[in-house]
Design a protein around this ligand. Structure first.
Ligand code: FAD
Ligand code: SF4
Length: 489
């Protein structure tokens, strides 16, 4: 019997998804025309697909068509590694492809099911999952004991940025060099946009993220060589002059399937074992991959398809403002938010604390519709993909699930942003002020958020103190009225 042809999706472009047989790659334009999309994201996916087709040469059938169905309808020779969204999983089953277990994560779906089943109804906590993966894989373990004796080095990490610093002073990250394939992608995007086939948002800037396995390995080596040691201390900090900080910039190549996360983690753990990197940074990074990334992936399947579209525990229905949908950072007065949206406009990327504490916190305070916000995150970020949105956006950032993923909302006032950034100095608002011309929209917005959600959240034991403080607030009504009338971001 002839070998089945492996249909590789855009998240499956590295060698971990390729067992050496014939391959099918499809570039379907309709996928890019569904909703407004960041230009950098469209560029990255098209460039990655075309580079993979070029690498595989005669081994790949490569089609550039309108819809997947134009190629796969009626075919009986296809196999796929189970793809990463409910929609794609339904599709590959409908066309009768042979489906292999998913890849691209440190733990399998079966591993997670076993772990979840062993919990006896207790909460599926990240910390417990992370420790179980460390124990099972032996990563950063000395026998039964975690390396260094502790599971978690957060106390040594998460510093404020160095006082007076404009940047962290680290070398410029590795950047890819664009080639003829990128030039072709750019020309196609221009043509499609002019013809109204796609609606692109954001800058047409040089490509910043890896599209081949070779490039992804260069990006990984560069992170290990120049930023890993500072990753932990500054993972929650943000500086106006340093858009990457000490982050790895690896989420896009990881989600394109170009890096095997287990190899990434092993390479990083090896730096500690070789005495070249501090344990706190290494553990902090390993936790992001075998903890957060795998955990979020498994929760997407565990929580079910409706989780992202139907949860709205805080009754948030405000539409996303134009400043978000058009990434119009110049129209935003709040300096920290403007800076985060500017970075997103330029690169299709912002680091974790900008996503959670600035953009997500803003949206939570103002009650943006969580499903619309999820779609926006998926479309505007180069690493955006449906499985990441469920627990990160609906659960952690917007608390739209009412407490399934996180026990309290990630809402905070300007004081926290002030302590972790240099944005407030250059802002027309004052993080300490909640009422009047200078009132920081995050500080005042925090109280207005607590006020609006009091009927739902006041009984949450973790919010007892904030609600007690709200009830003592002498100018509560005035702050709430002020935020209701605030018409600029
Ligand atoms: P680093 O800070 O260097 O972290 C290393 C790696 O850990 C990342 O590359 C990523 O693969 C993984 N990781 C860390 N935290 C998470 C997490 N919470 N969920 C999943 N992976 C994680 N990540 C995406 O890959 N795609 C997204 O669309 C995305 N959207 C997010 C939206 C919100 C509201 C929040 C709070 C987080 C989101 N994240 C997303 C997680 C995280 O912010 C990004 O993975 C990270 O900022 C990417 O930059 P980096 O590669 O430099 O990450
Ligand atoms: Fe952001 Fe408020 Fe600071 Fe301005 S004052 S940068 S809005 S936290």
């Amino acid at each position: 019997m002839p070998a089945r042809r492996r249909w590789l999706f855009a998240g499956q472009l590295g060698s971990q998804f390729d067992d050496g047989g014939p391959v099918l790659l499809i570039e379907a334009r309709s996928v890019f025309g569904r909703r407004p999309l960041h230009r950098a994201k469209a560029h990255l996916i098209l460039s990655a697909l075309r580079h993979r087709a070029a690498e595989l040469g005669d081994r790949a059938e490569f089609h550039q068509v309108e819809r997947y169905g134009d190629v796969v309808r009626g075919r009986t020779d296809l196999e796929v590694v189970d793809p990463t969204s409910y929609r794609a999983r339904r599709y590959v089953r409908r066309i009768g492809a042979t489906v292999l277990p998913s890849r691209g994560f440190v733990t399998s779906e079966a591993d997670f099911a076993l772990w979840a089943g062993s919990r006896g109804g207790r909460r599926l906590l990240l910390e417990d999952f992370y420790r179980s993966v460390r124990q099972r894989t032996g990563i950063l373990m000395q026998g039964e004991t975690p390396a260094g004796g502790e599971w978690n080095y957060d106390a040594q990490n998460r510093h404020s940025p160095p006082k007076g610093a404009v940047t962290l002073g680290l070398p410029d990250p590795w950047w890819p060099t664009e080639d003829d394939i990128d030039a072709g992608v750019r020309a196609d995007l221009d043509r499609w946009q002019a013809a109204g086939l796609v609606r692109l948002v954001g800058a047409d800037a040089p490509r910043r993220f890896a599209v081949t396995e070779a490039e992804a390995n260069l990006a990984l080596d560069d992170f290990i060589g120049s930023r890993l040691n500072d990753f932990g201390p500054f993972e929650d900090a943000t500086l106006t002059g340093d858009w990457t900080m000490a982050h790895s910039l690896l989420s896009a190549p990881l989600n394109l399937g170009l890096l095997d996360p287990r190899e990434v983690v092993d390479a990083v753990a090896h730096e500690y074992e070789a005495g070249r990197a501090p344990l706190a940074s290494v553990e902090g990074f390993v936790r992001q991959i075998i903890g957060w990334r795998d955990y979020i992936w498994h929760l997407y399947w565990h929580l079910g398809e409706q989780y992202t579209t139907t949860n709205n525990a805080l009754g948030a229905t405000a539409p996303l403002p134009r400043e978000f949908t058009e990434l119009d950072f110049a129209a935003i007065e709040a300096n920290c938010l403007s800076h985060a949206i500017e970075g997103l406009h330029e690169h299709g990327w912002a680091h974790h604390i900008q996503r959670l504490m600035v953009i997500g916190n803003w949206a939570l305070q103002r009650g943006y519709d969580p499903a619309a916000l999820s779609a926006w995150f998926a479309d505007m970020f180069v690493d955006g993909t449906p499985w990441v949105m469920a627990a990160n956006v609906i659960g952690m950032s917007q608390h739209a699930d009412g407490g399934i993923v996180a026990t309290k909302p990630y809402a905070s006032g300007g004081a926290y942003i002030h302590s972790m950034s240099d944005h407030c100095g250059g802002c027309r608002f004052d993080p300490k002020v909640r009422l009047g011309e200078d009132a920081c929209p995050f500080t005042a917005g925090y109280w207005a958020f607590l006020d609006r959600t009091e009927p739902v959240l006041a009984s949450n034991p973790r919010l007892r103190m904030p609600y007690a403080a709200l009830r003592r607030l002498p100018d509560r009504a005035a702050v709430v009225a002020q935020e209701r009338q605030r018409d600029r971001l």
